[in-house]
Write a protein that binds this ligand. Structure first.
Ligand SMILES: NC(=O)C1=CN([C@@H]2O[C@H](COP(=O)(O)OP(=O)(O)OC[C@H]3O[C@@H](n4cnc5c(N)ncnc54)[C@H](OP(=O)(O)O)[C@@H]3O)[C@@H](O)[C@H]2O)C=CC1
Ligand SMILES: CC(=O)N[C@@H](CCC(=O)OP(=O)(O)O)C(=O)O
Length: 350
């Protein structure tokens, strides 16, 4: 470890997002994990709940005490449920800590949207004003040098990276966007409930929160900003019996005559130099396994001349690019480091 290492703490280190942050940060050359934090298992070794960390990470879990965290670390990842981050983040910022929040609490700029879609009380307005939405491929310049980053939602990341370029280029009818999304079960976190019970999920495929998912206003917020006028989308998430991965299959009405090759060129230009977005050659489509355990987002297209619609496919690993990987990407950009530092994982295949 070099003396210049940034000391970080992880609140919610016993959850899937937190333990993925540990996996990434243990091999990040410019970071030292100074504290792993839990509300429910203080004093226990982190490896007790995650035996895959045996002899890799010997730390015991610290409690949630903002002053103590500030005495050990300069930056905190809050990998905590929505509603919990809302209360914690203002206390952490008040201690002078930098914060990267993985929850949905500070993504929506309009408090009334947050109350409506998340069904929580409004978040602290000062903290919300400080929050920068950390979709680096679009807002990287705004992330640089900031103290508080709100990490995008998993579905929103896949949907926005896939849909934003074509919308911004004015090639589709902005009122015609349909996002049909599927997620692996780790997206629901480590907590157990009937919805993620093996017998309920295995050999099953189900939609949930139809027209009511909390990432809908997040997707609309960004697309509206890029379009310059309000955009609404139809968004349907589904659960798939697999561990990791999100696929968004998206449809929109075309306003101009374009070919698959035109779209490949447009997307390659839009994402030139962006390490983590990979555009598929015309006529080929990405699959979730091709980004498994990596920070990549892979995108493919099919223009249908018969219906004058385009189908856009976008895949990510929900725990990586959809959560912990993107959070570390934000850390790198925030700190002025190379965006891909510690993140160049080759996808695990098969
Ligand atoms: N899983 C995913 O793919 C994605 C998750 N997210 C978001 O990231 C956040 C973390 O998700 P994930 O890791 O999956 O969730 P988990 O349910 O797996 O973990 C949440 C963690 O939060 C901790 N926690 C709960 N209550 C408190 C509290 N009051 N104070 C401090 N810590 C608390 C728990 O730890 P303990 O009981 O030990 O305190 C738990 O380990 C969530 O907001 C989620 O919505 C975003 C994108 C994708
Ligand atoms: C499969 C599954 O349950 N996925 C979660 C993903 C969203 C999430 O993690 O919550 P925030 O991004 O809003 O914080 C869900 O649909 O609620």
């Amino acid at each position: 470890m070099t003396e210049a290492s940034l000391k970080v703490a992880i609140i919610g280190s016993t959850g899937y997002g937190g333990v993925e942050l540990i996996r990434i940060l243990l091999q990040h050359p410019q970071v030292e994990i100074a504290s792993v934090i839990s509300a429910s298992s203080v004093g226990e070794p982190i490896a007790a709940g995650y035996p895959h960390l045996n002899e890799i990470m010997c730390d015991t879990l610290d409690g949630v005490d903002p002053k103590e965290i500030a005495s050990k670390a300069e930056l905190v990842f809050t990998a905590t449920p929505t509603g919990v981050s809302a209360k914690l983040v203002p206390q952490l910022l008040a201690e002078g800590l930098k914060v990267i929040d993985l929850s949905g609490d500070f993504r929506l700029k309009d408090s009334s949207d947050y109350v409506k879609w998340y069904k929580h009380d409004p978040v602290d307005e000062d903290a919300l004003e400080q929050a920068v939405y950390g979709l680096c491929e679009w807002y990287g310049e705004q992330v640089q040098g900031q103290s508080f980053i709100s990490n995008p939602g998993c579905y929103a990341t896949a949907a926005l990276l896939g849909m934003a370029p074509i919308l911004k280029a004015g090639l589709i009818d902005p009122d015609s966007v349909i996002i049909d999304a599927k997620s692996g079960v780790s997206g629901a976190g480590r907590g157990v409930n009937l919805g993620v019970h093996f017998s309920e999920l295995n050999e099953n495929f189900k939609a949930y929160k139809v027209n009511a998912h909390q990432h809908t206003p997040e997707i609309e917020q960004v697309l509206s900003e890029l379009h310059g006028k309000p955009v609404t989308v139809t968004f349907t998430p589904h659960l798939v019996p697999m561990t990791r991965g999100i696929m968004c299959t998206m449809y929109a009405k075309l306003k101009a005559q374009v070919s698959n090759e035109d779209l490949v060129k447009l997307y390659q230009e839009q994402y030139a130099g962006r390490r983590f977005v990979r555009i598929r050659p015309a006529g080929t489509y990405p699959a979730t396994k091709e980004v498994y355990a990596s920070n990549y987002c892979d995108i493919g297209f099919s223009v249908d001349e018969r219906t004058n619609r385009v189908t856009i496919l976008s895949v990510i690993d929900n725990v990586m690019k959809g959560a912990a990987g993107q959070a570390v990407q934000n850390l790198n950009v925030m700190m002025g480091w190379e965006e891909s530092t510690g993140l160049l994982f080759t996808p695990v295949y098969p």
